[in-house]
Design a protein around this ligand. Sequence first.
Ligand code: GDP
Ligand code: GDP
Length: 459
Amino acid sequence: MSFTLALVGRPNVGKSTLFNRLVGKRLALVDDQPGVTRDLREGAARLGDLRFTVIDTAGLEEVTDDSLQGRMRRLTERAVDMADICVFMIDARVGITPVDELFAEILRKRSAHVILVANKAEGRAGEEGALEAYALGLGDPIRVSAEHGEGMNELYAVLQPIADELEASTPDPVTDLDVMDDDEAEDEESYKPTREKPLQVAVVGRPNAGKSTLINKILGEDRLLTGPEAGITRDAISLTLDWQGTPMRIFDTAGMRKKAKVQEKLEKLSVSDGLRAVKFAEVVVVLLDADIPFEQQDLRIADLAEREGRAVVVAVNKWDLEENKQAKLAGLKEAFNRLLPQLKGAPLITVSARTGRGLDRLHDAILRAHDVWNRRVPTAALNRWLTGMLEAHPPPAPQGRRIKLRYMTQAKTRPPGFVVMCSHPDKMPASYTRYLVGGLREDFDMPGTPIRLTLRGQG
Ligand code: GDP
Ligand code: GDP
């Protein structure tokens, strides 16, 4: 299959330049036609081995100022709704403007896949602007130069797995057919509802932990509530459904594994499928077998989820078989804190995929983890907090010179990432960083999410 990619951003960031680079000479004729003002340009694009349709929201500069914003918004929304993936461009030399923020808002709400691109960053230009772009909460910006063709490999590296995922999850056209009558069709024209992005969840765990049983149970309950097959699209690797009213896309690593024919490949495949699922997930549910919890493989995948910056929920399955539940739970909690200190405070939920017990709590834990993962702490509150932390426990003074921490801001979410401006960041001992991270977790109530803290020197 091929996908559609929209280039979105305010005028002059370089959308047309990137469009032309992706499309090559094939559309030169259209460009040269005088007086042709078309809202959305489409072209057949190529990047490496990827073939796709690219949409450009060009021609906005010709619009008079007062109508610019409204028109820009409408055009952008249309492009976003047409596209599978959006490349959101900013001008790295200019940095983030209020109009960029407006666009970011639209994209966060409306687009399932956003790639943030900081353009005009040839050579070492635009480093600051690219850094600022973290604050948009759209992930890591890719620095490119559309004009000079720099950064295209990086763009490909980010695009390729999304393209893969889209291909794998393309719903069956028959079951997914949207039948609507004329009235509805008219409404659809005049009013495009905001697309609710399904919350992306991966269920991972060792073979026989009960992943398939769990997913089938969730699916079964949903079926009871919504009628046969309603709203559910299923493919080899994921299924999309409303779980108790929350749209979720669940990556089913067991389903992937069961496609494997050769027995020896089984273990290897289940690990790499787990990795893949973790990459696309927002929340990772690590499903443990209560009888054999925290095996090597479980620890590895939980650690990976943390390093990939995903929110983690640990679910202990087959709880129906447990006789001494209280003692068992205490033991599990102790083992969890000892073996996975990096996931401190992550929820530990006991469930029975077989009976369905605990699934409500699992559902709520997933929502809450997602919420924490998206948390944004205001800068003023952070700096007040920092002052208190410094007073309570001053930073060390290597060679008699105290490290000064001056200012702090949250640079990104999903997961929360903070930047502290300080003198001699290289001299800061890891223990002090841990003190700050632990404090952030406690004081701003962010259990179970990875927290990133970057120290930055002031040059
Ligand atoms: P659009 O309005 O977003 O479509 O922006 P354009 O593609 O028309 O580019 C706006 C201006 O930025 C033009 O003068 C381009 O030559 C320039 N530009 C585009 N990409 C780059 C780049 O990577 N580096 C630099 N330095 N200039 C660029
Ligand atoms: P997967 O390999 O992780 O997908 O695991 P399955 O879903 O295939 O489950 C493995 C085995 O554990 C099956 O025999 C299930 O019936 C059993 N099982 C799964 N969940 C539960 C549970 O909550 N309680 C009990 N007693 N057995 C379970």
